[in-house]
Design a protein around this ligand. Structure first.
Ligand code: ATP
Ligand code: MG
Ligand code: MG
Ligand code: MG
Length: 562
């Protein structure tokens, strides 16, 4: 393509708000343009890279046996009400009304839609297991959209959903998709780790995040320097060498009882009513039960709370104390602004601890974003040790290191949560009606593109792995006024194109310096400059990343570039 009429508006200066390399360079090199906070146009170069990335994702998803579909972004509120997430998604869910004042959401994710789709279309085990996926725009009204494509409010996600008869089948598909994700990120040339992630107190069993190692990442990973062990620190055992304060205190154990499963069930059990979307989990230590209650989608906090218990910061309640507390707790909940709120309902020890250290309300049951060390001093509990760099790895192999990571993918064993909520059932092999067991799997496509730039740039601009690069070759005609050079440039351009290369041809009437700067910025791997030696049939080759440079005769160019 001729650069003279391509939309590649490179910039000298970038807006101050662009703090990190990928944001700065994608703007500067004319790949993207902002429309509104967290909302971006993709210009031709950006779109070409995106297409390459989507191709990789599609190939690997297809290879793993997933089928591509496309679901709507415009989703009726009833669906979200049925799942309970109309309330719990809070402000992150973009909402709108149609002309008849009927409420809708813009899809932040598609569990509700896909579960209702499969519920209505499949009724027998014979079609299972089934995995569908889409590459589609998601909308999330992030509190802090930032870092360009890394945290947008409108962004592209590949999301997949699998449907199963049982957990064995889910495990199998999960492994396949886990491997597909590894291949996707390997093909993108990324340095990444798959880490154990936070499944939330109520979520399914396993969940892993794919983290691109980068200082601008918002997550912290604890990993072993010699083994495969890696976890989001939200998930890593808070205390590695924890010595129980009293000898009898045993590790917490999740209680799988119907009464502890969902908040609704707990409420039913106790004869209380409660707001939609609350979740609860019971932990059991010896005969003592502790109930942790959460609202909102900030399941991460449940884990932190669990860690508090694990760490012995919070005393455990007896069953009676817990039940008493629940009684009081429900009464005090009322209509709360649930954003980022975690409620812990436990015993008086929790209440006083919370009141003393977290500034909780009078009732003592609510505290925000519990975060040991930040929200209260941990050092006062002498027997506590939080995981640190240099600790032995929890798997017994190697030593813990910390790194910052960008979450580019997330695979999750959902279980029957959504199937239960939406009444999605099928006839199993025994002819009985049963709810689906599900998995869900996401890749942040636009975020991945930005993560690549974070790992592939230098002081002059970006460069790209071959799998993503927007063009194969960048031809630069140094002097668009010299007829002889123009002729050679045109000839090389035609020749490379006829051999199947994707070529960007800088035929602009610009100074050499401008052309070279733009070329470095844009980051096409192979640069072919038509300059002084054109009349001898020689062009100048330069590799964008290595800087390797040499003169090549045009007759040998195709072979050289192959
Ligand atoms: P984060 O923790 O960064 O907010 P998430 O855990 O909320 O992400 P998921 O619901 O797991 O995100 O969505 C699947 C993938 O979508 C994420 O792994 C991430 O790569 C991508 N993603 C999520 N939110 C955004 C966003 N605001 N902008 C760009 N990509 C996003
Ligand atoms: Mg999020
Ligand atoms: Mg996350
Ligand atoms: Mg996630």
């Amino acid at each position: 393509m001729r650069q003279s009429n391509m939309l590649i508006p490179t910039l000298r200066e970038v807006p101050k708000e662009a703090e990190i390399a990928s944001h700065q360079l994608l703007l500067k090199a004319g790949y993207i343009r902002k429309l509104a906070s967290g909302v971006y146009n993709f210009l031709p170069l950006g779109k070409r890279v995106l297409r390459n990335l989507e191709k990789i994702v599609r190939e690997e998803m297809d290879r793993a046996g997933a089928q591509e579909i496309q679901m709507p972004s415009l989703q009726p509120a009833e669906l979200w009400e049925t799942s309970g997430r109309w309330d719990t998604m809070g402000l992150e869910l973009m909402r709108l009304n149609d002309r008849h004042e009927r409420p809708f959401a813009l899809g932040a994710t598609h569990e509700e839609v896909v579960t209702s789709l499969i519920r209505d279309e499949i009724n027998s085990y014979k079609k299972l297991p089934l995995t569908v996926y889409q590459i589609q725009t998601k909308y999330r009204d992030e509190k802090r959209p930032r870092f360009g494509l890394l945290r947008g409010r409108e962004f592209l996600m590949k999301d997949a959903y699998s449907f199963h008869e049982d957990f064995d089948s889910l495990d199998e598909t999960y492994d396949q998709l886990f491997n597909a994700y590894k291949r996707v990120f390997e093909r993108c040339g990324l340095n990444f780790r798959a880490v154990i992630a936070d499944s939330g107190a109520m979520g399914g069993k396993d969940t892993h995040e794919f983290m691109v190692l980068s200082d601008v990442g918002e997550d912290t990973i604890a990993y072993s320097d010699t083994s495969e062990y890696a976890a989001n620190v939200e998930m890593a055992p808070v205390v590695t060498q924890y010595e129980p304060r009293n000898e009898e205190q045993k590790p917490l154990e999740k209680v799988e009882t119907p009464n502890a499963k969902t908040m609704q069930e707990v409420a039913d059990y106790l004869g209380h009513s409660l707001a939609e979307g609350m979740k609860a989990i019971m932990f059991k230590v010896d005969e003592r039960l502790v109930l942790v209650v959460t609202r909102g989608d900030h399941e991460v906090n449940d884990v932190k709370v669990k860690n508090l218990f694990d760490a012995g910061i919070v005393e455990l309640a007896t069953e009676q104390e817990t039940l008493d507390a629940i009684g009081a707790g429900f009464g005090s909940l009322g209509p709360i602004n649930v954003e980022e709120t975690v409620e812990v309902i436990a015993d008086q020890a929790v209440k006083s601890l919370v009141n003393a250290t977290c500034g909780a309300n009078e009732n003592g049951y609510h505290f925000k974003n519990v975060n040991p060390d930040r929200d209260f001093e941990v050092s006062q509990y002498a027997d506590l040790r939080f995981i640190e760099e240099g600790d032995p790895s929890p798997d017994g192999q190697g030593t813990i290191q910390f790194a910052k990571g960008i979450e580019v993918g997330h695979v999750f064993k959902l279980g029957s949560l959504y199937a239960d909520k939406l009444g999605a059932s099928f006839l199993n092999q025994q002819g009985r009606s049963q709810n689906y067991v599900m998995g869900c799997y996401g890749i942040g496509v636009t975020r991945t593109l930005a993560a690549v730039v974070e790992q592939y740039h230098d002081d002059h601009g970006m460069f790209w792995p071959d799998s993503l690069v927007p063009f194969d070759v960048h031809i630069i005609n140094l002097n668009a006024k010299k007829e002889e050079q123009v002729e050679v440039a045109e000839q090389v351009y035609e020749q490379l194109q006829s051999k199947g290369f994707d070529v960007l041809y800088d035929d602009r009437q610009e100074r050499a310096g401008v052309k070279f700067n733009d070329s470095d910025l844009i980051g096409v791997t192979h640069r072919v400059t038509i300059g002084k030696r054109a009349h001898e049939g020689y062009v100048e080759y330069k590799h964008r990343k290595t800087g390797e440079q040499q003169d090549i005769h045009i007759d040998e160019l195709v072979d050289f570039l192959k």
